[in-house]
Design a protein around this ligand. Sequence first.
Ligand code: FAD
Length: 479
Amino acid sequence: MAEPVIVWFRRDLRLSDNPALDRARRSRQPLIPVYIFAPDEETPWQPGGASRYWLHESLQVLEEGLQRLGSRLILRRGDSLAELEKLARETGAEALFWNRLYEPALRKRDRRIETAMKQRGIDVQTFPGHLINEPDTVATKQGSPFKVFTPYWKHCRQLQTTLETVGGIRTLPVAAQWPASDSMESLELVSRIKWYDGIDARWTPGFRGAESALQRFIKEAAAGYATQRDIPSRDGVSSLSPHLHFGEITPRRVIKAMADADRSRGLLSLSAPAEAFVRQLYWRDFAHYLLHHFPRTPTQPLYDKFRHFPWRKNKRLFTAWSRGQTGYPIVDAGMRELWQTGWMHNRVRMIAASFLIKDLMIHWREGAKWFWDTLVDADLANNTMGWQWVAGCGADAAPFFRIFNPVTQGERFDAGGDYVRRWVPELAQLDNRFIHKPWLASPVELEAAGIRPGRDYPDPVVDHAEARKRALAAYKRIQ
Ligand code: FAD
């Protein structure tokens, strides 16, 4: 019997279109699928609460999928290299395959592991798949990294990127003897207190859930994506972000499915809404690209002048923001959607982030940390780019002086107030004229809506017009 191959699952929790798994399967050697939870590994970006919940669920789906193929998922908790070395010793494996990830700390760790395992005589092979294009394969004519999205996107669209995906798997060569596995409980991904009911109700983690989300999007929302994607009360977006983050589905699979759907309608090239959607997947690639080329950006602004910005520390205001109690309905609705479901609509992420950074002048890093802990799609690349974009200090960012007005943003993107009414139920009966500015309603109108001012819903924690002036003055000081 040939020696086994270890397939190290990381953020590629899927069975189809998985190049490392497919390559191992084709080797016909017995295959040992492994997941290692390494909470003590050196990175300040260990998964937050919502991500751990997702990981727990997604691993269970993967394990069950492997079992259906007659295989297993070996779980380990500990240092990745130490566990892989142990596994190689225990099983006599002679090869180790994985799919590549791109965060700087993970790349460093993976290089260390690759070297150490090769020194032990193990054949290490790694594969792409997490992105459309790997960061090292894209550069300007001068060979430097792109810092602006549009030229990056135009450049990438001209690359002959193959959309070939590796197909599903029917059988797997199984190991004659299995190494010991830790139990799912021992990974301690979720606590005994079930705080995540709302998240559970909203999502179906795992590769099957990913495929269903894609099919739902193609059938029900893709055609309207370009016009509906900014309306938070509608199901106009794909909700694929946590699935993509955990590699339950690949961006290439998603693009291919969109192209196939258009082709089945007789179109020769991508329709405009599909193109608008694919563009967002390239934003995801771009975020990984930026993180790869500018590895300090999760904690440092890309542009140095922002290091001297006079951020304010204010626990009371940060708590009001994080709990959805700022008195600005669209901000509060977003923050409560996040808390209850582990996700927030992109338009509202921008409004809520802008409010923290510009109205409250609290450092974007504080907001990024909160998102990191509460988002099911918390992703170092996307989160960093998103926060630096809003703060005006990142690549291709919105200029700092463009400050979102939470009232006009609400009136524009939640014109009927449906989103606010859903997430801020205490305002549900309020007349539409005041839904985004309840402080302007008269006592009689508030009473008619069953609202006691300052008691049922807070007064605004800052005056937006004054806060705007303060932020612009602070910005002037760093010019
Ligand atoms: P769709 O509109 O259906 O888009 C499809 C996919 O494209 C998404 O799943 C995502 O992978 C990618 N995408 C879409 N918009 C963006 C974008 N602006 N930047 C990068 N990729 C994008 N996204 C995360 O995945 N993780 C994060 O931690 C994260 N943090 C953010 C923080 C801030 C302050 C902001 C403004 C945005 C952040 N985003 C983050 C980007 C975006 O909000 C989410 O990707 C999107 O809302 C996910 O919903 P969806 O899957 O329905 O997106």
